[in-house]
Each structure stands twice: as structure tokens, then as C-alpha cells.
Design a protein around this ligand. Structure first.
Ligand SMILES: Cc1ncc(COP(=O)(O)O)c(C=O)c1O
Length: 358
């Protein structure tokens, strides 16, 4: 479900930029370089997130890494001590939960409603948690976008509790009704938010480049961890990416993907009305790369997902992301990587998997 439309990626342009950088053999690209990232890329990211996500940032706060997964691992190592409580969304991103647990923190599942994480519920069960992990602009997997009053309530709790808020902003570029919503970080006046960005969805996952934006007071602590465990991200890729952004390819690619994903989602919604009629209803997604197919009552989503997998259709069960919350049965259907013409046949295969589950 998390795979972007790689068929749309401008591979020729990327390869040209990469080869140009390779030919230049500049010493700064071949040596150890700056541990926090290639400076022109840090600057380009700062400009991009300020303009498109309302993040308040200067380039020295942007620390390059190998994607959100490494970012969350670094956050856990720098900010948590064994036994610290961490709010995680229920249902939520299992990779984040696992990383906090690997750092010997105690994760506390906090339920969601249609507006995202229930701050009041978190405050009741773990008022003194050290950190809250959220994806406020596009919750994974339910897809909600946290409204401003909920964002302010979360920041108010973090300030009161002297806790950190991790904002995972992994795919909010793809918002279909209008512009992306501004970030939580941009509302933070108390330096509580650590912002996590990634190029896995906007460029390609195998690039393994992402970034952390941290309050100024934390820069040295994150830099020290970085120096100790992973000297730096590959510089040639970073330099190519900064050219990709500076020369307009990135903005063009985002525009193209947004339009294509809208078209792909429309094909999914249309096709589902015909092909899944009576056994599932697909709810339109306002953003992101997957939609949720709510199954007819009585169907077991884990079993449906397994049967779909046996037919080469990847459709994770919503319940597999839930810890305590019990939701109606549903499957996640990724649409970003599937061209419109391939969607109806895939839905017919899914239908046969669901019928087999009766
Ligand atoms: C909630 C969430 N955050 C982040 C990511 C991206 O992770 P990475 O940058 O490590 O590829 C994903 C990928 O699917 C995700 O679902």
C-alpha cells in the first residue's frame, strides 16, 4: 500500500543529473562530507517545507538521514530512556511502535476518532508520557487529518507534560481537495515538535533519504548520535536530489503524481462500485496513497487479506494495525502504484478472494 507510482518517475532526468554529478568527481562528493547532510540539499529542504508545509525552519535544523525509519530510531535513542511512556496511535504505524519498544520505551496505544489521536484519552491513561508519535496530516492507516483545535490540544499537553511530539509527515504532499494542510510543527511555539520528512513517497523508496527537523537545542544531540552510529547518508544521491529539486523536476513530479493519483483513486472508487458491490464499500481518501475498503459485516479481514495475498493482491487487514481498538472489518487498498487500466481486473481478483471467504 505504501508504494508510490514508480511508473511515473522521471528516470531519464534523474539518471542525467546523477551522471552529471558523477562525472564532476568533486572532492566534496567523494569524501566523508558533513555528517548532517549535503548543505545545498539541507537548504533546499528548508525552503521546500517552509513554503509547502508551513514549517518554521532554517537549514541548520535540517538533519539528513535514510528515511523515516532511521529518523524514528534516532529520536527514540536520543530522547527516550528505558521505561519512558510513548503515546502511539491505535491503529497506527507498526514500524514506529516497534522502534520505540526496541529502545525499551513503553508504548501506550491511544485511540483515534475521525479527527485523529484523542488527546484527552492519552492524557487520562499516560499524562506524563515523554513523547507522542502522530501522523497528523494523514494518519496511517485511517487517513484522518487532525483539525487545528486537536493540534493545539496536543501541543498544549506536550508543553504541560514537558513531552516531545513526533510529527511524521510521510505523504501529505498528496492531498486531493486543495492544498496540503500546514504542519503541526508550524503551530509549535514551545519547541516541542520533531518533524520527520521522507523522500520515499515523493521520489522513490530505494533512495533511502529523509530528514529530521529538530528544535535548535537538540541539533548537537542528534548530530552526536549520527556521528556515532551512521556517519552520513550517501552524498552523490543527496547532490543529485538537490539538483532535482533546484531544477524544478521535484515540483513537476509532485504535480504529476497528484493528478495521476487522483485519477487512480477515481478508477478504484468507480471499479469498486461495480466489482465489489455487496461485499465492500471503498471510502474515498482525501489524501495519501491508499483507500479503505470496509467489508460486509461477518467477513474476517485477516482471512480476506490472506486470501487476496494468495491471489497476488496486497491488501493488508485494518485489524492488523490495531492494538486495542476494535474496528469493523476492512482492507487497505493502495492505488498509487496501479495504473487505472489495471485496477478493474485487480478488483475482480479481490472479489473472488472475498467471495471465497464467505
Ligand atoms: C506512517 C509512515 N511513516 C513513514 C513511512 C516512510 O518510511 P521511510 O521513509 O522509512 O521509507 C511510511 C511508509 O510506508 C509510513 O507508512
Amino acid at each position: 500500500v505504501g508504494e508510490p507510482g514508480l511508473d511515473l518517475f522521471p528516470t531519464a532526468a534523474w539518471n542525467r543529473l546523477y551522471a552529471r554529478r558523477g562525472r564532476s568527481s568533486a572532492r566534496e562528493l567523494l569524501g566523508y562530507g558533513g555528517g548532517q547532510g549535503y548543505w545545498p540539499l539541507r537548504r533546499a529542504i528548508a525552503e521546500y517545507v517552509a513554503a509547502s508545509r508551513g514549517v518554521r525552519v532554517t537549514a541548520d535544523q535540517v538533519l539528513l538521514n535514510r528515511g523515516a525509519q532511521q529518523a524514528i530510531d534516532q529520536i527514540a535513542r536520543v530522547l527516550l530512556r528505558p521505561g519512558d511512556q510513548v503515546w502511539v496511535e491505535d491503529p497506527g504505524y507498526p514500524v514506529a511502535r516497534r522502534l520505540f519498544e526496541l529502545a525499551s520505551a513503553v508504548t501506550v496505544p491511544v485511540p483515534l476518532d475521525r479527527d485523529g489521536l484523542l488527546v484527552d484519552a492519552g492524557s487520562r491513561v499516560a499524562p506524563h508520557a515523554k513523547l507522542a508519535y502522530v501522523a497528523p496530516s494523514h494518519q496511517f492507516p485511517l487517513g484522518s487529518c487532525m483539525p487545528i483545535d486537536r493540534r493545539l490540544a496536543l501541543l498544549a499537553w506536550a508543553t504541560r507534560a514537558d513531552a516531545w511530539v513526533v510529527e511524521d509527515d510521510y505523504d501529505s504532499e498528496f492531498r486531493y481537495p486543495g492544498q496540503p494542510v500546514p504542519s503541526l510543527q508550524g503551530l509549535d511555539r514551545a519547541d516541542r515538535v520533531i518533524y520527520v520528512g521522507t523522500f520515499s513517497k515523493t521520489v522513490f523508496p530505494a533512495l533511502r533519504l529523509g530528514y529530521l527537523i529538530v528544535p535548535r537545542d537538540l541539533i548537537d544531540r542528534f548530530a552526536a548520535l549520527r556521528a556515532a552510529v551512521d556517519h552520513m547518508a550517501p552524498t552523490l544521491e543527496q547532490a543529485t536530489l538537490s539538483d532535482f529539486i533546484d531544477e524544478g523536476h521535484f515540483a513537476r513530479h509532485l504535480r504529476r503524481m497528484r493528478a495521476a493519483y487522483r485519477e487512480r483513486q477515481d478508477a478504484l472508487l468507480d471499479g469498486a462500485k461495480r466489482e465489489l458491490n455487496g461485499c465492500a464499500v471503498v471510502e474515498p481518501a482525501d489524501s495519501g496513497m491508499h483507500a479503505i475498503a470496509w467489508l460486509r459485516r461477518g467477513l474476517d479481514d485477516e482471512q480476506a487479506s490472506r486470501r487476496a495475498g494468495e491471489r497476488n493482491i496486497e491488501a493488508p487487514a485494518l485489524s492488523s494495525y490495531c492494538q486495542r481498538l476494535v474496528l469493523p472489518p476492512a482492507l487497505l487498498l493502495g492505488f498509487a502504484s496501479v495504473p487505472p487500466r489495471a485496477i478493474p481486473p485487480a478488483l475482480r481478483v479481490l472479489r473472488s478472494a472475498l467471495d471465497g471467504g464467505r
